[in-house]
Design a protein around this ligand. Structure first.
Ligand code: BES
Ligand code: MN
Ligand code: ZN
Length: 498
């Protein structure tokens, strides 16, 4: 995927030669209204831009795209008016309103050579992120690659702040959006090409490009060190498992953060096999691993004053003569034993190995993310992640997620569910004997493996990490890159506030 070339401009958008000028519209208290930033374009239309847009049916509702010809009034050929939705009482719009509108505009502009956007005058960083994320398409396996993204977008600078600050925002927001698109690329790569060894190689390549330290444990090293969860889950596949560690050490001694992500390159369910319908979606069961890999690389690009280590356990969950069975007892890394009652509850098994290993390095914070349970989707829907863990940190992560436009909601870890994971033969079982609170039960299972005193959060992104419908806002089909922007913002918050 090639992203559009972005530049900040302080020239008048009405005199910029381009295929299109993007302006924002809102659903104001009295109906359609122009968003701030559109003044120069409106002036070039002799103040009649609102009338023109109204005449062709624009309403200002979120993501509505209306195009009108400029008829020589502008250096650009058309005005592309994109809806931001309802503004706040004071007339302001949120960052995510700008991100979504920029994504919708970017999609509408695909194939064009050059656009100039005024949405950046509202919120520069979100306009950059929305433009890059909305331009994304995954065409690696298509003979016909389609139009491709708009080649170049000039972003009108906000009135406040100076050009140096704007350039820094452009750079940071571009890096954040590219971490999202790198995650999407990994998720969208099919499992015949993305299996544990090839996934580990791609992770290493991304990390080494930023000069980061990488360690890959192959099946022999995993056996030697006793990673029974990863080996158990990976045992059914002809393509053996891996554990990838990527470490970034920031410029100043800061907090130590461990990121852990689920890397099941394909989840058939194993011997507890899944039904055929929809099984293809389990190509996305490595979205957590992809997200933590992209996030540690991003932390390095943005030079966060932190030490960040990403842990990505990778395995393919397959049924075969060598597969682990319901009834097996696995000895996990660190020595706890787990009775496997359902081989489709495999994520928690590879994650707990990685969590125990990550905790050996005594991180100040541990953030783990995974496409862990169908119950997450039942409880919160396709677009809202469930966040569990240490209460205060859980709430902080969920609030930061919402602030960056990745919907997230704090969920409890009820103590009584621990008893439901008791096993007759082992320290615990990998599933409760019932379906109630399935997302929470998985979190309670993981809690057993987090070391005493480590502040942690578990983000279940079973729904939000993969999008099967048509594109909306900056979300395109397939991998979404959730929760990369949440984790990046949490890291920034830890760097700033401890
Ligand atoms: N990878 C799935 C969870 C999932 C489901 C992700 C739907 C994305 C969309 C996970 O490994 C799984 O199979 N979980 C089981 C757990 C159950 C056996 C306790 C589930 O949710 O059914
Ligand atoms: Mn499963
Ligand atoms: Zn899974």
């Amino acid at each position: 995927m090639t992203a559009p070339k972005l530049a900040i401009t302080d020239s008048d958008p009405s005199s910029t030669t381009a295929d299109a000028v993007v302006v924002g519209t809102v659903q104001g208290p009295d109906g359609l209204a122009l968003a701030a930033g559109s003044e120069a374009v409106n002036a070039a239309f002799d103040g009649a831009l609102l009338d023109v847009l109204d005449a062709v049916g624009a309403s200002g509702k979120a993501e509505e795209v209306v195009t009108v010809p400029a008829l020589g009034k502008l250096a650009a050929r058309v005005v592309l008016a994109v809806g931001l939705g309802k503004p706040a009482d004071d007339g302001s719009v949120t960052e995510d309103q700008v991100r979504r509108a920029s994504g919708a505009a970017a999609r509408a502009l695909s194939g064009r050579k050059r656009a100039v956007t005024t949405l950046s005058a509202l919120h520069l960083g979100p306009a950059v992120e929305g433009t890059v994320m909305g331009s994304y398409s995954f065409t690696a396996y298509k003979s016909n690659k389609g139009d491709g993204p708009v080649a170049r977008v000039d972003l009108v600078a906000p009135a406040e702040g100076n050009i140096r600050a704007h350039r820094a925002t452009l750079k940071a927001s571009t890096a954040i959006a590219e971490a999202v698109t790198a995650t999407r690329d990994l998720v969208n790569t099919p499992p015949n090409d993305l299996f544990p060894a090839s996934f580990a190689d791609r992770a290493a390549a991304l990390a080494k490009a930023e000069g980061l330290e990488v360690e890959i444990l192959d099946e022999k090293a995993l056996r030697k060190q006793g990673f029974g969860g990863i080996l158990g889950v990976g045992g059914g596949s002809s393509r053996p498992p891996r554990l990838v560690r990527i470490t970034y050490r920031g410029p100043k001694a800061g907090k130590k953060v461990a990121l852990v992500g689920k890397g099941i390159t394909f989840d058939t369910g194993g011997i507890s096999i899944k039904p055929a319908a929809g099984m293809d979606e389990m190509t996305s069961d490595m979205g957590g691993a992809a997200a933590v890999i992209a996030t540690v690389v991003l932390a390095a690009k943005l030079k966060y004053p932190l030490e960040v280590t990403a842990w990505a356990p990778m395995a393919e969950n397959m049924p075969s003569g060598t597969a682990y069975r319901p009834g097996d007892v696995l000895t996990m890394y660190g020595g706890k034993t787990v009775e496997v009652l359902n081989t489709d509850a495999e994520g928690r098994l590879i994650l707990s190995d990685a969590i125990v290993r990550a905790c050996e390095d005594a991180p100040d914070y541990l953030i783990e993310t995974s496409t862990l349970t169908g119950a997450q989707v039942v409880a919160l829907g396709k677009r809202t992640a469930g966040v569990m863990g240490t209460e205060e940190f859980r709430d902080r992560v969920a609030a930061i997620g919402r602030a960056v436009g990745e919907q997230a909601w704090a969920m409890p870890l009820p103590d009584e569910l621990r008893g439901d994971l008791d096993s007759k033969v082992a320290d615990l079982a990998n599933v409760a004997g019932h379906r109630f609170g399935g997302m929470l039960a998985a979190g309670v299972f993981l809690r057993e493996f987090v070391a005493e005193g480590v502040t942690w959060a578990h983000i279940d992104v079973a729904g939000p990490s993969f999008h099967t419908g048509g594109p909306y806002g900056y979300t395109t089909k397939g991998g979404t890159g959730v929760p990369v922007r949440t984790m990046a913002a949490v890291l920034a918050d830890i760097a700033a506030n401890g």
